[in-house]
Write a protein that binds this ligand. Structure first.
Ligand code: ARG
Length: 318
């Protein structure tokens, strides 16, 4: 005779009824549910190559992605952008050939890379996801997401950057009020910067950027050109993966419109920087963020398994 399924013991029942553990919550839409606080500081005037030191806390979503050199020291290699508590967006070419998560770390909430403040968080990497159609010959689909081993807590110095809602794209993708930021070289053959720098740039029309004096058709519609046609202000080596953030006056917010991808030299006339046009990667980003959010939480999932085993065992005993 089959025994009736026993009722769950009260403490276990309470635990299960109390809902999912933090972090095991049903994944919400991370792209549409991005909330950012106003940054601590904001640049008054604009001024990477041709830029200036960013005020501390001005870009709380900017991340320094660093690789292990000689097994002991981490070296800044690329920029990145924090999209959620444990996801950093960067350029695909930054991780190309360096797909071992153990060789990377992310430094979040930093200003001076050689002097981490009390609000700086360092995280090792659990997983690296590169766009499956990334082409190293042409830098097409130059995007990747890094999953942090543990979540970072948001603060005044650590905030996610938001992708713009679709309705805001037309003004933002033509904006002349955008900023690039990073720790990259300050001149084409110059040194990298130990403090975060920023520069104001405008998004340039495709027709101009692709004209025969410029990139001559090399830039496709999944990329944006930003900088100045006359040269002088640009991202450079070490800035890749970092943000191109444009200001939206009505909401008084900056939105993430692109990430630094490539350029001919740095700051040269007629060769502005090329940025990944993120509006073309919304679906990809959304899918990968959901993947990260739903598969993370080792504690939560271990506990759920333990509870299930306990439940089954109790069903046998009682
Ligand atoms: N590919 C470079 C990097 O790996 C970024 C180059 C951006 N160049 C430019 N002229 N905007 O850091």
């Amino acid at each position: 005779m089959q025994r009736a399924r026993p009722a769950l013991p009260i403490p276990l029942l309470l635990l299960l009824l109390s809902g999912p553990l933090p972090g095991a919550a049903a994944p919400r839409d991370p792209v549409d549910e991005c909330h950012q606080q106003l940054p601590l500081a904001r640049s008054a005037a604009s001024w990477i190559v041709g830029g200036h030191e960013a005020p501390e806390g001005a870009w709380p979503g900017v991340v320094s992605l660093q690789v292990l050199r000689g097994g002991v020291r981490f070296m800044h290699l690329c920029g990145g952008v924090l999209l959620s508590h444990r996801a950093v967006l960067t350029a695909g070419h930054c991780v190309d050939g360096r797909m071992d998560p153990c060789s990377w770390r992310a430094v979040v909430g930093a200003h001076n890379l050689h002097k981490h403040g009390p609000y700086t968080a360092r995280r090792r990497i659990r997983r690296i996801i590169v766009h499956s159609q990334f082409k190293r010959e042409t830098f097409e689909n130059d995007v990747a997401l890094l999953e942090l081993k543990s979540a970072v807590r948001y603060s005044l110095y650590i905030q996610p950057m938001c992708l713009p809602p679709a309705a805001l794209l037309p003004p933002l993708e033509n904006s002349s009020d955008c900023y690039i930021s990073g720790w990259g070289r300050m001149a084409e053959k110059g040194k990298t910067s130990s403090v975060l720098r920023e520069a104001q740039v405008g998004i340039l029309p495709h027709s101009l950027c692709n004209s025969s004096e410029g990139y001559a058709g090399l830039v496709n519609d999944k990329a944006l050109c930003a900088g100045t046609w006359a040269g002088g202000t640009d991202s450079c080596q070490g800035d890749s993966g970092g943000p191109l953030a444009c200001y939206h006056p009505d909401t008084d917010k900056f939105f993430l419109v692109g990430i630094a991808s490539f350029g001919v030299g740095c700051g040269r006339p007629r060769y502005p920087g090329i940025y990944v046009r993120l509006s073309q990667y919304r679906t990809w980003i959304k899918a990968k963020l959901l993947l990260i959010n739903s598969t993370w939480n080792p504690v939560g999932s271990t506990l759920s398994i333990l509870l299930a085993v306990l439940h089954a065992a109790l069903a046998q005993i009682l």
